[in-house]
Design a protein around this ligand. Structure first.
Ligand SMILES: C[S@@+](CC[C@H](N)C(=O)[O-])C[C@H]1O[C@@H](n2cnc3c(N)ncnc32)[C@H](O)[C@@H]1O
Length: 274
């Protein structure tokens, strides 16, 4: 399995990203979409694009916010992630004001200047090749008075979880995974101040709960997805050993406290084109 994964890292990252993101929103202190809306204030009639939309979770919410006179485009590298387009189409089948676009954020978009009121990108910008170029492109696409909202993991996102992984596997997370965690801090924030007229930075800490036996199963799936990053654990039996040890430790925690908790730490940026 690992060998096949090596052939398309972008595809694997995207797939894992989607698995992780759908898991982590199940049972948490805060709703990510409400938190986003409190910062970007999408309103009726607006034209919105959500880049790296995945299965369309945010597109569905934004579709309701803009209403029948507005429109939401959900863009993703659908052709590179098997099954993703179907998932998004299924999730959004009832929505009449949306469009799905197979497009990479690393490449210029087909729309003309001043098209959108709002551009959002949730847990996705750190996959692009050149963050500065992508942000410049978003600014081009925004109307004057438009805003862009970017959210991604903070450098210390879920460190307790990754520490546990390190303890079990005795391996560091792959460099490109750790490097991605730093991109919001090191690249997106400075480029945003350089490119946009006004920038607001919001930290977000969200406890995600995995309760009881079902929680143990869900967190096992989450851990398996994380392990896929670890090309070092090529041996299937070694991988299973890591999973078993992880599950054992999580079960101990659940027996003691009724739940296992992961602390998702994110940074949100509202960028204004004035
Ligand atoms: C972690 S998921 C986030 C999905 C969704 N926004 C959410 O928050 O649940 C990251 C998404 O970014 C997409 N992605 C990765 N590289 C991309 C690129 N270059 N252009 C557009 N989307 C990309 C992936 O396919 C995946 O759907």
């Amino acid at each position: 399995m690992t060998r096949a994964l090596k052939s398309s890292r972008e595809e694997v990252s995207a797939h894992i990203g989607n698995v992780l993101r759908s898991e982590v929103n199940k049972n948490a202190d805060y709703d990510l979409e409400e938190w986003i809306q409190a910062r970007v204030h999408i309103s009726k009639g607006e034209i919105v694009m959500d880049v790296g939309c995945g299965n369309g979770k945010q597109v569905a919410v934004f579709s309701d916010l803009v209403g029948k006179n507005g429109k939401v485009i959900g863009a993703d590298i659908f052709h590179q992630v098997p099954g993703l387009l179907n998932k998004a189409q299924e999730k959004l089948s009832e929505k009449t004001n949306i469009e799905l676009l197979d497009h990479s954020a690393s490449v210029s978009f087909p729309q003309s200047d001043h098209t959108f009121d709002v551009i959002t990108s949730c847990y996705s910008i750190y996959y692009v090749e050149d963050i500065r170029a992508t942000l410049k492109e978003y600014k081009r696409l925004l109307k004057n008075g438009g805003r862009c909202f970017i959210v991604g993991p903070a450098w210390d996102n879920s460190w307790e979880f990754y520490d546990l992984n390190r303890d079990i596997t005795k391996q560091e997370l792959p460099e490109n995974f750790s490097a991605r965690l730093w991109r919001i801090n090191n690249e997106v924030i400075p480029a945003s101040y350089e490119i946009f007229n006004r920038v607001e930075v919001s930290p977000f800490v969200n406890r995600v709960f995995f309760d009881g036996d079902n929680g143990v199963k869900a967190v096992e799936e989450y851990y398996r997805a994380t392990l896929l990053f670890q090309e070092e654990s090529e041996q299937e039996d070694e991988r299973e050993h890591f999973v078993n040890e992880f599950v054992r430790r999580v079960k101990l925690e659940v027996e003691k406290n009724g739940r296992y908790v992961i602390y998702k730490r994110a940074i949100g940026l509202t960028l204004y084109k004035e």
